[in-house]
Design a protein around this ligand. Structure first.
Ligand SMILES: NC(=O)c1ccc[n+]([C@@H]2O[C@H](COP(=O)([O-])OP(=O)(O)OC[C@H]3O[C@@H](n4cnc5c(N)ncnc54)[C@H](O)[C@@H]3O)[C@@H](O)[C@H]2O)c1
Length: 302
């Protein structure tokens, strides 16, 4: 069945280019009214330009869709609230938030400045907080919300030269893991995408031929499905792009439980390190202290 967003309103941050633009256009094609947010700076987070968001709004309107531009920075607390206000003032509601805006400041760790660290954290992690903090009360009130956060293979697995970016992108997983629990009762699902696509950001690290081939549209289906009413899952990390879709997950190894009666020493750990670090029989967790298996069993009983 066709997935439709008719009657729904979506806010996509950083939608003036690359992946965000592609999400916004597909959502609009499927009937969503879209708030196209973009500050319009350069890939390092310098400058502002209103034409980025405006161009995508014009594109959507030419396709017969409905969209409005917002030019706030996601890094500003008030900016997040203004984006949500733009949705409400223009379209009367908000159903979907895709936290996508991003910048890069790659540099080997020994050369990383405080500004490189702070700017990347401000856009990625604070920039997701500001928007979601504004949207969350609405989502709770209407008992509906769909959120996609944006991590990166760098945040899940690590990448040389991206200590700031990788750490900020791992923080997205922490944010998702809490919000999936706080949103569960209110039908607010929070999932995360780790995309790969040829865009302005990856132009600095990929050869041009690869940039041309890895179309952002190859990521779109996973994100659009995850923000649809059809998707009932929450707390998933999906790697998407370049013709691939897969789930990534953190697991907990069975380890050893020697108990608390006799204190063990470092030599005991050394002697048992293979068993402590073994992932044989490892399980994904739903939340701290509860395995996914237990969670699914409790859901099935309820
Ligand atoms: N392209 C990839 O392969 C890849 C891989 C992993 C993660 N990502 C993530 O995907 C997201 C989109 O990246 P992209 O590759 O499409 O890059 P892009 O540069 O084409 O798009 C990012 C957009 O975010 C906007 N933006 C930056 N700072 C902003 C701010 N403070 N407020 C509002 N808008 C702001 C930019 O103006 C730009 O239009 C980012 O979060 C990025 O980290 C991309």
């Amino acid at each position: 069945m066709t997935i439709s967003f008719e009657g729904q309103v979506a806010l996509v941050t950083g939608a003036g280019a690359g992946l965000g633009r592609a999400y916004a256009i597909d959502l609009a094609r499927r009937g969503a009214k879209v708030v196209v947010n973009d500050l319009g700076g350069d890939p390092f987070g310098v400058g502002e330009n209103r034409s980025a968001a405006q161009k995508v709004v014009d594109e959507i309107k030419e396709l017969g869709g409905e969209a409005v531009a917002n030019y706030n920075s996601v890094a500003d607390y008030d900016g997040g609230f203004n984006m949500v206000k733009t949705a409400i003032d223009t379209f009367g509601r908000l159903d979907v938030v895709i936290c996508n805006a991003g910048i890069l400041r790659d540099v080997a760790f020994h050369n990383m400045s405080e500004e490189d660290w702070d700017k990347v954290f401000a856009v990625h992690i604070k920039g997701s907080f500001t928007v979601l903090r504004a949207a969350w009360p609405l989502f709770r009130q209407q008992s509906y919300g769909r959120v996609v956060l944006t991590t990166s293979s760098s945040g899940i697995w690590g990448q040389f030269g991206q200590a700031n970016y990788g750490a900020a992108k791992t923080a997205m997983l922490g944010l998702m893991n809490v919000l999936k629990q706080e949103g569960a009762k209110y039908n607010v699902n929070v999932n995360t995408v780790a995309p790969v696509a040829g865009t302005r950001l990856t132009q600095t690290v990929m050869p041009q031929e690869m940039v041309d081939r890895l179309k952002p549209e190859l990521v779109v289906p996973a994100v659009v499905y995850m923000v649809s009413k059809e998707c009932q899952d929450s707390g998933l990390v999906i790697e998407a792009g370049a013709g691939n879709f897969n789930r990534a997950v953190m697991v907990k190894g069975p380890g050893l439980q020697p108990g608390m009666e006799s204190l063990k020493d470092a030599e005991w750990c050394q002697a048992n390190w293979d068993a402590i670090t073994s992932l044989e029989g490892a399980t994904p967790m739903w939340r701290s202290g509860q395995t996914l298996k237990d969670y699914l069993a409790s859901k099935a009983k309820a």
